[in-house]
Design a protein around this ligand. Structure first.
Ligand code: ADP
Length: 294
């Protein structure tokens, strides 16, 4: 869809055109502004995890870049409000957010002409600043990211979420009617896997399709002898996938380069084009686009 706002759209059945019963004028205009922006984004995907530290942000960034490498126009929202790590991971800590072309709008940060990014991290005084916010303020911020950021036309908008099933994923599902699905990241260990079940249950409660599970830190290949050591266990995602009937989209091995690239603000899949990790990301995004672009 290429219209700039609802006025050029001929879909008269669209809910953005009709005020809901009991809806205030203000809420109607806000919802319309949001739907107008979201309508220009073809697919919206959340990256969730049951536990912290399993590599969710790493997966979200590398997935977003891998989609862009295939030619897709991609946006990435760092919705981890208490622990935004995307600015650091992409060496964008000094990036300045600028006002947009419309009143009260802002421009997303451009990452190497590859990704459009928004994160609360761009608004904090320093990397040490902490936000002590309850649910309603977090909801308000996410709403602003959806309504006020000039995303333009995108093929994918990826949401990197904090671990668990709290305010942030719930707010996004409430604010976007047509969320396309969720990707769940886990390590193979039992304690992470049991939390993934909760994420799947959460998605099912909200009628959000689970596109699949990504098993991260899935074995370490010794660079000297090639022997694989399963540091966090083996086949955890496979077992759970059978139990819960969700596909495994891919398995990302442990690679020390992911840590050093992340810490130095480089993206692994760009720096290391032909290696097992990058190939796996490429297969993962192929599977996701196959399902969503049908
Ligand atoms: P989360 O978003 O789930 O908290 P991060 O993406 O921040 O997790 O990753 C946590 C740490 O693990 C980071 O230091 C990251 O570089 C590292 N990491 C993630 N995936 C891998 C991997 N496959 N191999 C090696 N290190 C990884």
């Amino acid at each position: 869809m290429s219209q700039q706002d609802c006025s050029g759209c001929t879909d008269n059945s669209c809910s953005a055109k009709q005020k809901k019963t009991g809806e205030s004028e203000e809420h109607f205009h806000e919802r319309q502004a949001r739907q107008e922006r979201m309508c220009r984004i073809k697919r919206k995907v959340m990256v969730l995890s049951g536990k912290g530290g399993v590599g969710k942000s790493t997966v979200a960034v590398n997935m977003a870049i891998s989609l862009a490498v295939r030619g897709a126009r991609v946006g990435l929202i760092d919705a981890d409000i208490h622990g935004p790590s995307i600015p650091k991971m992409l060496d964008l800590e000094k990036a300045q957010v600028r006002g947009g072309y419309k009143r009260n709008s802002i421009l997303p940060i451009d990452y190497s002409k590859t990704l459009k990014i928004m994160s609360i991290g761009f608004f904090l005084e320093s990397g040490d600043s902490a936000l002590i916010w309850r649910g309603p303020r977090k909801y308000g911020l996410i709403k602003q990211f959806l309504e006020e950021v000039e995303w333009g036309e995108l093929d994918y908008l990826i949401f990197d979420l904090p671990p668990g099933t709290g305010d942030e994923p719930l707010s996004i599902c409430q604010l976007i009617d047509d969320m396309d699905g969720a990707v769940i990241v886990t390590t193979p260990q039992d304690v992470a896997i049991s939390d993934v079940r909760k994420s799947i249950t959460f998605c099912r409660h909200l009628d959000l399709p689970v596109l699949g599970i990504i098993e991260n830190m899935s074995g370490f290949v010794c660079p000297n002898c090639g022997e694989v050591t399963y540091i966090f266990g083996k086949d955890g995602a496979e077992k759970m996938s059978k139990d819960m009937q969700v596909p495994v989209l891919g398995k990302i091995p442990i690679d020390p380069g992911i840590v050093s690239n992340g810490d130095s603000g480089k993206t692994f899949v760009i720096e290391n084009k032909s290696c097992k990790v990058s190939e796996e990301f490429s297969k993962i995004v192929s599977k996701i686009s196959e399902v969503l672009e049908k």
